[in-house]
Write a protein that binds this ligand. Structure first.
Ligand code: F6P
Length: 330
């Protein structure tokens, strides 16, 4: 632990922004408790950047973050702020930070959240640290984002249940999971759920080829199949793709959209530990005097990168996992 600038920091603020994710609460708890351990006060900002602009704040103590480690969602609430995208909004936010004598801001969210923090830092010099919190796992510079594996568990449990009925009726099911621009949840839940395929935006979806594979599977004795579809697949959503499969392959299909369940629920052990490690690391960065960075986890080590990495670098999917799905569906 580097305590070089510890004396200079008296108060920090924390907010959650963008789509919530299970594990944000453990991260808030870790930030508050690490700060208090280091004799730093913490101001909670409600409703993301909107709360910063409008002075919706709450002092956070060790006790006020008690009993939240197992809770989904975010005790600070979240929002996607349009006002903060404008310089006037960021100036209003700075006013709130100054009013409370805050000298560092920790933001938990996805790349949109990081963009906001980066703009605030560039314009005002205010110290900002980003913590990756999104179920989509689409942030470069970290192997996993907080909430990803809980969402995968939720999707997997839904797939398990769908499998029961798919087998009973010899049916082909398309299960849609979240991921507007990324297929990480689809890929991981397809492997964990033993699906036939994962249709994701990062790889080309070929309906004809898919139908051929389904047909060959049938010939090998498969009586039911599950295809996981990322909502952002370039061929469309699960309903649209199901129609194409019915037309091209002559299959009768059923569709199940898992939806927002994936964003909720008690965080898994993995996400609680990740939230705790990254929340702690964010405070440590402010203590070190870091003025702008994101924290992440790579090869089980806490790392830091520039905030811009989140939108300048596209995180690639693991190609081995893609081929594993094919191998496992023989
Ligand atoms: O948090 C990311 C995400 O879950 C995407 O996968 C999804 O498309 C999006 O949020 C939807 O969020 P909202 O309806 O809150 O804008």
């Amino acid at each position: 632990m580097c305590l070089k600038n510890k004396e200079k920091i008296k108060k920090i603020a924390v907010l959650t922004s963008g789509g919530d994710s299970p594990g944000m609460n453990p991260a808030i708890r870790a930030i508050v408790r690490t700060a208090i351990y280091n004799k730093i006060e913490v101001l909670g900002i409600k409703n993301g950047y909107d709360g910063l602009i409008n002075d919706w704040t709450i002092p956070l103590t060790s006790r006020s973050v008690g009993g939240i480690i197992n809770k989904g969602g975010t005790m600070l609430f979240s929002a996607r702020s349009e006002d903060f995208q404008k310089p006037a909004g960021r100036q209003a936010a700075l006013k709130t930070l100054k009013k409370y004598n805050v000298s560092g801001l920790i933001v938990i969210g996805g790349d949109g959240t990081y963009r906001g923090a980066h703009a605030l830092h560039n314009e005002t010099g205010f110290s900002v640290i980003g913590v990756p919190g999104t179920i989509d796992n689409d942030i470069a510079g970290t192997d996993y984002t907080i909430g990803f594996y809980t969402a995968v568990d939720t999707a997997m449990q839904a797939i398990d249940k769908i499998r029961d009925t798919a087998v009973s009726h010899n049916r082909l099911f398309l299960v849609e999971v979240m991921g507007r621009h990324a297929g990480f949840i689809a890929l991981a839940s397809a492997i964990a759920g033993g699906a036939e395929d994962a249709l994701i935006p990062e790889t080309k979806t070929d309906i004809k080829e898919l139908c051929k594979r389904l047909h060959e599977g049938k010939k090998r004795g498969k009586i039911s199949s599950i295809i996981v579809v990322a909502e952002g697949d370039e061929e469309g959503n699960a309903i649209e793709i199901a129609k194409k499969i019915e037309k091209k392959g002559g299959y009768e299909t059923r569709v199940s959209v898992i939806g927002y369940q994936q964003r909720g629920g008690s965080p898994s052990a993995l996400d609680r530990i990740l939230g705790t490690r990254l929340g702690n690391a964010a405070v440590e960065e402010l203590l070190k005097g870091t003025q702008s960075a994101m924290v992440g986890i790579q090869q089980n080590k806490v790392v830091t990168h520039p905030l811009e990495m989140a939108w300048k670098e596209k995180k690639s999917i693991n190609k081995t996992l893609v081929s594993l799905i094919g191998i496992m569906s023989v």
